[in-house]
Design a protein around this ligand. Structure first.
Ligand code: JCF
Length: 678
């Protein structure tokens, strides 16, 4: 301690207070004042100084917010003043009754002023500050004793480790709600799901689970926030006259208080605040389950006191619940416009999040397995914000004996084609792409698009009408349209009808790759279509190739090969192909290019320097697809050197030997020229 140089001591102090200032600007005021990188630099400098001078260690250092691997104690602590809960008003009348009782007890005829604030859906905590330093944080527990969670609370960036300003009493207790904002909750669940871990049902459970962690290093990685809602002090002389002003004080000490908080004069004004907040509910970045009304004057609060566990001066008015229990009565399978088959739970209708819900998506079979959902199960349905209703949890105890497992059908419920699920993909798909009515509009839109058959004038709106009027069911029907038919449609003149017919006619002799791409086979993009066309030469060859043969084509792996195979295996797709032929569409055959004929066959290429748009491996792979060998060093036999940014000695040598040199753009042009995707 003693032999730390004064300037180091000073620097550490400056870094700590500057970092805490920026924490405050960022997490409490939502007003970042420096770039993250600048913050990180100062943070690392402080970490280094603290490592070099262990004598300077401090619990209040911002570096401690990353948590520690020591177990959090969770021993019980007694609250200095009990942590009260809130009574609930379940209707406007109950709220009016509450206001009447308040005024009767206080003996006031006039209206009483209330503070209205959103009721956050999180966990109440109590924070003790002694001489301005955070010394103890506890859960509410039963209201009288809670658990010590100081180590975990310290990791929450919006919790001041030290009160800001000066003039605070020796002992300050601040109470507030720890919660997890929606965005952080979604991210956390996505991360947990990716790691194959259990996800949380809602932000409240996520906040509770995060605070209950044994290791505060885990809590530190959870996006928790604190919003203060009340304070108690030892030195009563600092107490203002109203709850509102006491919260302004708390804010000056460095806490976040709810920005939606407002004053309301009288109960009718409280009801207005309730309706206004309800309208705002879905757009708030965090979940709330109601609104809290508190008598503003502290002397009034004092006079009213409390009964059993709840104050007489406060009440919560709840919003409609966002989670309810109901029963899965059946599961249906819906086919989307791209062929994805989605299981949808048919529910016993339930009122949740303000609407009656009778369906909820189950996403895919993996999700059904994750939930272990059966038909007949009682489940938690959640509808928060404008998000579609979700099945979040099964109640296993309530499963009836006759509960049925959910099976993916083998055939598309819309067109009867095979449903296929390619290994490694969560989504099952109808393979009747060209035929399936569910996919009709999308299939036609894709077929006509610029990079596919390029049928000018056949836009989304027109496709919509043509299909809805029953004039076009499959792409083959396009070629049977008459000018008269088209001109009869609303907003289609004679001229546009003529133009459209001409555009359709122009698409009768497409290049093979265009036609192949236009078929809309899953995962067969432009580049893959080009590669397939030049490898096989004819549609018959592609349609007859087995999966192994297909995989000999550059860019085609097992998944793509699977999609190609299942597309051509569908009798309905074959029918549509025959119809296209019958309608006069004839795709051009392409010259088959064997490996010997690959454009760079027999050449050795060298890559040097860094490329901006692709990795060295990607460049190598593509060069190899074109038949080149890629070597590590330059020699007289090198056909060409590709020089990226800050190329060094290899480029110098190439120039010395007078070899061909290409820059990155030159390489991209070469790939483009040979139909390789960037
Ligand atoms: O946001 C909350 N969940 C919340 C809870 C807000 C408050 O003002 C509260 C509370 C619980 C008790 N006030 C009390 C007295």
């Amino acid at each position: 301690m003693t032999n730390v140089p004064q300037d180091i001591r000073q620097r550490v102090e400056t870094l700590r207070s500057t970092l805490e200032d920026h924490n405050h600007f960022y997490y409490v005021l939502d007003d970042p004042r420096i770039p993250d990188a600048e913050y990180d630099r100062m943070f690392r400098e402080l970490q280094k100084l603290e490592a070099d001078y262990p004598g300077l260690a401090s619990e209040q250092s911002p570096t401690r917010r990353v948590g520690s691997s020591a177990d959090t104690s969770f021993h019980s602590v007694t609250h200095r003043l009990p942590m009260l809960s809130l009574d609930n008003a379940f209707s406007e009348d109950e709220l009016r009754d509450f206001d009447r009782r308040v005024r009767e007890r206080l003996g006031v005829d006039a209206s009483v002023e209330y503070v209205c604030e959103p009721k956050l859906d999180g966990l109440a905590v109590s924070l003790h500050y002694e001489h301005g330093l955070l010394t103890r944080a506890a859960t509410r527990g039963d209201g009288y004793t809670g658990e010590d969670i100081t180590a975990n609370i310290r990791t929450i960036p919006s919790v001041p480790l030290k009160l800001r300003g000066s003039g605070y009493p020796d002992l300050v207790e601040v109470r507030g709600e720890v919660y997890m904002p929606r965005a952080g909750f979604e991210k956390l669940n996505a991360r947990l799901a990716e790691q194959g871990e259990k996800t949380f049902v809602n932000p409240r459970n996520a906040a509770a689970g995060s605070l209950r962690q044994k290791k505060s290093t885990v809590t530190a990685k959870r996006p928790l926030e604190l919003c203060a809602y009340s304070m108690a002090v030892t030195d009563e002389s600092v107490l203002p006259e109203t709850h509102w002003d006491s919260l302004q004080q708390v804010r000056e000490w460095g806490f976040r208080i709810n920005p939606e908080m407002r004053k309301a004069e009288g109960v009718e004004s409280c009801l207005e605040a309730y309706s206004a907040l309800m309208l705002k509910r879905d757009s708030l970045p965090y979940e709330i389950d109601g609104i809290v009304f508190k008598v503003n004057r502290l002397d009034f609060q004092q006079a009213l006191g409390f009964v059993s566990r709840a104050p007489r001066w406060a009440i919560a008015h709840k919003f409609p619940a966002q989670e309810e229990l109901t029963v899965i009565e059946g599961v249906e399978f819906q086919v989307g416009r791209t062929g994805a088959v989605t299981p949808v739970a048919r529910l016993k209708p339930v009122f949740v999040g303000g609407v009656t819900v009778s369906n909820a998506t189950l996403h895919n079979m993996d999700e059904i397995r994750r939930l272990d959902a059966h038909i007949g199960d009682t489940v938690f349905i959640r509808r928060a914000g404008d998000v579609i209703p979700q099945v979040v949890k099964v109640v296993p105890d309530k499963r009836p004996d006759n509960a049925a497992t959910v099976e993916m059908p083998e055939h598309c419920p819309v067109c009867g084609s095979d449903i296929v699920q390619i290994e490694g993909e969560a989504v099952a798909r109808c393979s009747g792409g060209l035929y399936c009515p569910a996919q009709r509009k999308e299939a036609i839109r894709h077929y006509a698009s610029r990079k596919a058959m390029d049928i000018e004038g056949l836009g989304d709106r027109l496709i919509e009408v043509l299909v809805d009027e029953g004039m076009v069911n499959t792409v083959a029907d396009l070629y049977r349209l008459t000018k008269f038919q088209i001109a009869s449609l609303e907003r289609m003149g004679d001229k546009s009808a003529t133009n459209l017919i001409a555009a359709i006619d122009r698409s009768r002799e497409p290049a093979l790759w265009r036609f192949l791409y236009a078929l809309g086979i899953r995962e067969v993009g432009e580049a893959t279509a080009k590669a397939l066309a030049s490898y096989f030469g004819t549609l018959e060859a592609i349609s007859g190739a087995d999966e192994d043969t297909l995989q000999a084509v550059p860019d085609v792996g097992p998944i793509v090969a699977g999609h190609i195979r299942s597309f051509f295996d569908q009798p309905h797709n074959q029918e549509t192909l025959s119809e296209l032929k019958a309608a006069g569409v004839s795709w051009q055959e392409e010259e088959v290019r064997s490996i010997e004929e690959a454009p760079l066959n027999g050449q050795t290429w060298v890559l040097t320097g860094t490329l901006a748009t692709l990795t060295r491996d990607q460049a190598k792979e593509k060069l190899e697809q074109l038949g080149a060998k890629v070597a590590g060093s330059v020699s007289r036999k090198t056909a060409c050197v590709v020089a990226g940014e800050s190329a060094g000695s290899k480029l110098a040598k190439a120039e010395q030997l007078g070899l061909n040199v290409l820059d990155e753009q030159g390489l991209l042009d070469l790939f483009q020229e040979h139909g390789l995707q960037n």
